[in-house]
Design a protein around this ligand. Structure first.
Ligand code: WTA
Length: 672
């Protein structure tokens, strides 16, 4: 935050420790540090036995597994492979005949405030019927289905219906462009696309089906035989005869009963594309057994979900957080969850607090970016301040997606949590499937800005480039030393890239490299209270984190380079931003020379719109700077570190004596 007083506070609060309340320790599933240590010791003593027991206790298997972990083809690890189960059966059928059957599974609040509730029994029937509709279109086990859906119950139903048939879903976030969508459809070889006519956000209808049509017309999508369209509104959309059906048409006459197809624990449940260091997004593959175990287990461990809890994860189903903590985890755990279609600032920035009050939310999980923007909004307009709402139902708060700065942490703790709710700051990634490092509500003393300790059983440490363990207080690369059940299995169609990206030879080929930098606390400032706690310092690769969304700098550079009539060369870096965590800054050399004044502004806007078309609006650079050329080393490598300093507005301390044209530093420092 740019408020001066909080900058002072930040120095004061960094080392404050917030131990768990006695009440929380008493009621939590993992109760107290001794219980946590005992679980860690169990895993340390018999790693496979530890996970095998949890997998038997937490999942319903149609065929029990006999082997827990197969490391014979490392790093292509396999978990519970000869066991069979169905993810949808574990989320729905499993609760039939129990008190959960008639419990509300989803409280859906639409963009316009309309509320609809669906019970587990109803959800099962709707998923069954949808699965039958897919089946009728020939979708079967192993087929790939793309979802391009709004945040609606229908989105979850479609995901669950795919899982029910053993079809592999791949959800593409509704903010991605037609081009990005087409690339994913082609890469995965989808046979069907599930979408809606529009999505409603902030009172506006945004087309989805039209984007699907555009994507399919780009070519290479001949395998797509079916497009199912949810009529979110009455607005008509283009329908292609023989290929496109509305949900209503597809569901007509279909039975609500559909037997779940048992699949191997290692059968892919979904593929989710995410950004990496190179231009092409990678299709992260997650498999049924290990992933689902994690979704269920972390609901219990991290959120300590109780039968009476009302859980709310604000993430979109287009991201991993929306997969694990909307579409699968809460259902596998038999919980009641809130699902929200809209945006936190519509009709005003009090929406989240109003919804917590209205639905008596008890566990609330959101991103630091949202918290920071709502701080700002409530400073500008006291009517949307959380203090104006009854938030007494809350008992646990969560944070995900990016580091939470201590100022935002303390505001969230005080104003939303009423100083009684622990904040679980969860570090994890698309690739890890679920939570990895985070406090447990009944165990961990909290320190603002620290994600604290690994979940029981996980072998996580910080190493240097040679793989040597770093002592507390020294930063290094975050690694996971042993395989865990919910880990990424491969990159779709690219096993070599999987090995290279995550299991580098330099570290022995079996250690998972997360791509984040981290440091463990010495505990000096807290009398040892946080000794060994992890603090994430940010990505160590060319991946940016903008508002909790992962973005590859190379992806944006490739998009710029593709505008070949204008752009000669471009380099993209991140710079810190008060609101979005990081902001995208692009340095561009144009073919027609360096523009100035209004022309520069016009071209910058043209480039922004171009990127929105190539990737999506979330990838639009905040800053675009033009230069006659880019600073390069003698060997021709772009000096990115220098560009980062320029983007931040820092004085240049690097050696620039080798630059051919030092004049460009001044040019590139110039804001439009
Ligand atoms: C970052 C989102 C600090 C990190 C679940 C990671 C975090 C990337 C945190 C993964 C956190 C996520 N503290 N950094 N609590 N959570 N990150 O794949 O850089 O969208 O590598 O998964 O977000 O982003 P992804």
């Amino acid at each position: 935050m740019s408020v001066p007083s909080s900058a002072i506070e930040s120095v004061l609060i960094e080392n404050r420790v917030f131990p768990p309340s006695d009440a929380m320790v008493k009621c939590a599933r993992i109760s107290g540090m001794a219980a946590y240590n005992a679980l860690c010791a169990q895993a340390g003593g018999d790693y496979e036995g530890f996970w095998a027991t949890l997998a038997r206790e937490n999942l319903a298997w149609s065929k029990p597994f006999t082997k827990t972990l197969d490391e014979s083809n490392a790093p292509f690890y396999k978990w519970f492979e000869d066991g069979e189960l169905n993810a949808s059966a574990n989320c729905l059928d499993r609760h039939m005949g129990t008190p959960v059957e008639n419990k509300t599974a989803i409280i859906f609040e639409a963009d316009d405030g309309a509320v609809a509730k669906v019970t587990y029994k109803e959800l099962l029937a709707r998923v069954g019927q949808f699965a039958n509709a897919l089946k009728a279109r020939g979708v079967k086990k192993g087929d790939r289905v793309i979802l391009y859906m709004p945040m609606t119950v229908e989105g979850v139903i479609a995901m669950q219906a795919c899982a029910r048939l053993g079809a592999i879903h791949s959800v593409v976030f509704g903010g991605f462009s037609a081009k990005a969508l087409q690339e994913r459809i082609v890469n995965i070889g989808a046979v069907a696309v599930i979408t809606a006519n529009v999505q409603m956000r902030g009172g506006r209808a945004m087309p989805l089906k039209a984007v699907v049509d555009e994507a399919l017309a780009l070519g290479g999508c001949e395998a797509v035989k079916t497009v199912l369209v949810y009529q979110r509104t009455k607005d008509a959309c283009n329908m292609v005869a023989g290929r496109d059906l509305t949900f209503e048409q597809a569901l007509a006459g279909q039975s609500t009963t559909c037997a779940p197809v048992p699949v191997s624990a290692e059968h892919p449940l979904f593929v989710l594309y995410t950004s990496g260091s190179t231009g092409q997004p990678k299709g992260v593959v997650h498999c049924t057994g290990g992933y689902l175990l994690w979704a269920k287990l972390t609901m219990d461990w991290t959120f300590d979900l109780k039968p009476e809890d009302v859980f709310w994860c604000t993430a979109d189903i287009g991201w991993i957080t929306g997969h694990t903590y909307v579409a699968y985890g809460p259902l596998a755990a038999g919980g009641t969850q809130i699902m929200f279609e809209g945006v936190p600032t519509y009709p005003d920035a009090g929406r989240f607090w109003q919804m917590i009050e209205r639905h008596k939310c008890s566990v609330f999980y959101t991103a630091p970016t949202a918290v920071r923007s709502l701080i700002k909004a409530s400073e500008a307009d006291p009517k949307v301040h959380p203090k104006r709402f009854d938030l007494s139902s809350l008992r646990i708060l969560g944070s995900v997606g990016e580091p939470i700065n201590p100022e935002a942490w303390v505001w969230y703790y005080k104003n939303v949590g009423g100083e009684r709710c622990p904040i679980v700051d969860t570090w994890w990634q698309t690739e890890t499937g679920g939570h990895m490092i985070n406090p447990l509500p009944g165990v961990t003393a909290l320190v603002p800005g620290s994600c604290t300790l690994p979940l029981p059983g996980l072998m996580i440490s910080i190493v240097d480039e040679m793989g040597h363990e770093m002592p507390n207080g020294s930063g290094g690369m975050l690694v996971i030393k042993r395989p865990w059940p919910s880990m990424v299995r491969t990159i779709w169609n690219d096993p070599e890239r999987f090995k290279k990206s995550y299991f580098p030879e330099e570290l022995g080929g079996k250690t998972y490299l997360a791509g984040d930098g981290a440091v463990r606390s010495t505990g000096e400032a807290t009398n040892g209270a946080d000794r060994g706690y992890f603090r994430i310092t940010g990505r160590i690769d060319d991946v940016l984190n903008v508002s909790g969304h992962r973005m590859g700098t190379m992806e944006i550079e490739s998009a710029l380079a593709a505008k070949s009539d204008l752009v000669a060369e471009a380099a993209v870096v991140g710079r810190p931003d008060d609101l979005t965590g990081e902001a995208i800054c692009a340095f561009v050399v144009l073919k027609g020379g360096r523009p100035t004044g209004d022309e520069a502004v016009r071209i910058a806007n043209e480039l922004r719109n171009w990127i929105a078309k190539e990737i999506g609006p979330i990838a639009k650079p905040k800053d675009i700077r033009f230069g006659d050329n880019l600073p390069k080393t003698r060997s021709g490598k772009i000096m990115r570190r220098l560009l980062r300093s320029i983007a931040k507005g820092e004085p240049i301390t690097q050696d620039v004596s080798t630059l051919e044209n030092p004049q460009i530093l001044k040019q590139l420092a110039e804001k439009l």
